[in-house]
Design a protein around this ligand. Structure first.
Ligand SMILES: Cc1ncc(COP(=O)(O)O)c(C=O)c1O
Length: 474
C-alpha cells in the first residue's frame, strides 16, 4: 500500500492564500495585514496569510465535503478506524462528544474512579450515571495502574444492565488496560467500549507499545494528537466505528466552535502526514531512547524506575522516576530540576516524576536528562515517605448522576456530619491520586474515617482543611 503524501487541508489553505483575493471577511487581521508585530512574530506572515476561515474551498468542519472530509478519511485509515472527527478544543470535547453521542440520560456506564474531568463533564452533558471502578495500584512505587480484566468481569456480572464501559488507556503513567480481552467481554455483554486514549495516539506506530484501542476492538477512542505527536496544543481526534457515526457527528457538532482555527486544523492534517511518512521509524526510535534512558536511571543511586507493570502492558515512552529514596517528594524534585538543573518534567506527584519521550527526542536530549538526574541524586534529605491509604476496591454506583448533582443546590457541612449525605465535590489525595469521593456519591462512615486518616496533598476539596465538605442540599 503506497503512502499518502498529501495534506488536503494544507493544500486548500495554500491555494486560497495564493489566489490574490482581496479579503473582506473574517478574521479581522485580514491575512496578517493588520496583525500586531507580536502576533506576526508568533505565527509568521505566511501563517497569518493562511489563517482564514469559513471559505467554501476550506470546507466546513460541521458538514465536511472536501478537504476536511478527505483529511479525516486519511486519519481514519491510518489509525484503523471507520471514521474520524478532528477536534480543535482538545480531547476534552472529543470525550464529551464520545459520551454524548453514545449514551443517554439514565444509562449506566462503568468509569475508572480516577477518570479525567472531561469524562465527568461528558456525563453531565449526557445525563448518564457512572459506576466507579476500582483501580489497581503499585503500592511500592506509588503509581496508579489501570482497571484489571477481573474487575471488569465482576462489574459486568454485578451490573449486566450497564450500557457502556469507559476506560482511560494508557493512563498518564503509560499503564494500559488489557483492551483486547475487555473488548470481548464488553461486546459479549452488549456494552459499548469507549476509550479515553488521550495518551495513546502514538501506540499505532510501534509493535512494542500496548495495542491501540481501535486495534483492540474498542468502539470509540478519543486521542490527543497534540500530547505525544505533532499537532498543535488543543488538537485531537475521535476515532469510531461506522454504526456510531450519525449521533457522534451530531454531538461533535454541538460541542465544537463554528469558527475552527485553520492553523489548528492544518496541524492535525500535518501530524497525520508526518506519522504516515515517518511514524514507524520515529516512534520506534522514541521507544529505543526510552529504554536506554531507563537503563541509565537504574544505575543512579537513589532513583527507581519500572519497565513493566504486573498484569498490565506499559508504554515504554512514559518514564516514571521514583525519588522517595532521596528523601524528596516528587514535587520537590520537580522544583530542583526546573529551577536549578533547567529540566522540566511532564508531571510530579508525591513520590514520582514523569518524563515523556516522544518522536522529537534524540540522544542529546536523553543524555541531558540523564546528567540532570545524576545531579538530582546528590540532593538528599532525611525524610521518610509518608504512609497512604490504599484506595477503595468496591464498585460504587453514583446516587445522583453528575448532571443532577450539577443542577442541585449545594451546602457546606462539617465532615463529621456528612455521613449519609451526597457529596458535591471530588476529594482526592496524592498519593494515590484516586478519588476517595466523587460528586453524586453517597458519603459512607468508612470514607469519612479514610479522609480523616489521609495524608498528602488534597485536590478537589474547596476546604483544604477538610473540616467541612460540600454536599447536595436536602
Ligand atoms: C487522561 C486524559 N483524558 C483527557 C484529557 C483532556 O485532554 P485535552 O487537554 O486535550 O482536552 C487529558 C488531559 O490531560 C487526560 O490526561
Amino acid at each position: 500500500m503506497g503512502k499518502n503524501i498529501s495534506a488536503p487541508i494544507v493544500e486548500a489553505m495554500k491555494k486560497y492564500s495564493s489566489d490574490g483575493v482581496l479579503a473582506f471577511h473574517t478574521p479581522g487581521h485580514k491575512q496578517g495585514r493588520g496583525a500586531h508585530e507580536f502576533l506576526r512574530e508568533l505565527l509568521t506572515l505566511e501563517g497569518l496569510r493562511q489563517e482564514v476561515s469559513l471559505m467554501e474551498e476550506l470546507d466546513d468542519l460541521h458538514a465536511p465535503q472536501s478537504c476536511i472530509k478527505e483529511a479525516q478519511r486519511l486519519a481514519a485509515k491510518l489509525w484503523h478506524a471507520d471514521e474520524t472527527i478532528f477536534f480543535v478544543n482538545g480531547t476534552t470535547s472529543a470525550i464529551q462528544a464520545m459520551i454524548l453521542g453514545t449514551l443517554k440520560a439514565g444509562d449506566l456506564v462503568f468509569i475508572p474512579r480516577n477518570a479525567h474531568r472531561s469524562v465527568i463533564s461528558g456525563l453531565i452533558l449526557s445525563g448518564a450515571v457512572p459506576i466507579f471502578l476500582p483501580i489497581e495500584f503499585d503500592a511500592e512505587l506509588k503509581v496508579p495502574l489501570n482497571v484489571s480484566v477481573a474487575t471488569i468481569e465482576r462489574a459486568i456480572k454485578k451490573y449486566p444492565q450497564a450500557r457502556a464501559i469507559l476506560l482511560v488507556s494508557p493512563n498518564y503513567y503509560g499503564v494500559a488496560a488489557d483492551l483486547e480481552k475487555i473488548s470481548v467481554l464488553a461486546h459479549e455483554a452488549r456494552m459499548i467500549l469507549l476509550i479515553d486514549e488521550a495518551h495513546g495516539a502514538h501506540l499505532q506506530f510501534c509493535e512494542e507499545l500496548p495495542r491501540s484501542a481501535m486495534d483492540s476492538g474498542a468502539d470509540l477512542a478519543a486521542q490527543s494528537t497534540h500530547k505525544l505527536l505533532g499537532a498543535l496544543t488543543q488538537c485531537s481526534m475521535l476515532m469510531f466505528r461506522k454504526k456510531f457515526a450519525e449521533r457522534v457527528k451530531f454531538a461533535a457538532s454541538l460541542l465544537q466552535t463554528t469558527s475552527p482555527n485553520q492553523i489548528l486544523l492544518a496541524s492535525l492534517d500535518i501530524a497525520r502526514l508526518q506519522m504516515e511518512l515517518e511514524g514507524r521509524e520515529k516512534v520506534s526510535r522514541a521507544v529505543e531512547l526510552a529504554k536506554s534512558l531507563r537503563a541509565e536511571i537504574k544505575l543512579i543511586d537513589g532513583l527507581r524506575t519500572f519497565d513493566a507493570a504486573e498484569n498490565f502492558a506499559l508504554d515504554a515512552t512514559k518514564v516514571t522516576v521514583n525519588v522517595e529514596n532521596l528523601g524528596l517528594s516528587g514535587y520537590e524534585a520537580e522544583k530542583i530540576l526546573r529551577e536549578e538543573l533547567k529540566v522540566q518534567c511532564e508531571l510530579s506527584d508525591a513520590a514520582n516524576l514523569l518524563f515523556l519521550i516522544t518522536y522529537a527526542d534524540d540522544e542529546q536530549t536523553i543524555s541531558g536528562l540523564v546528567d540532570a538526574l545524576k545531579k538530582l541524586s546528590f540532593y538528599r534529605r532525611k525524610i521518610s515517605p509518608k504512609p497512604f491509604l490504599i484506595p477503595n476496591s468496591s464498585f460504587i454506583i453514583a446516587s445522583l448522576s453528575p448532571r443532577e448533582t450539577f443542577y442541585t443546590p449545594v451546602e457546606v457541612v462539617a465532615l463529621k456530619k456528612a455521613v449519609g449525605r451526597i457529596c458535591a465535590e471530588e476529594i482526592t489525595f496524592y498519593p494515590p491520586g484516586i478519588p476517595l469521593l466523587m460528586p453524586g456519591e453517597k458519603i459512607s462512615a468508612e470514607v469519612v474515617e479514610a479522609i480523616k486518616k489521609s495524608v498528602g496533598k488534597v485536590f478537589g476539596a474547596a476546604d483544604k482543611t477538610l473540616l467541612t465538605i460540600k454536599v447536595v442540599a436536602k
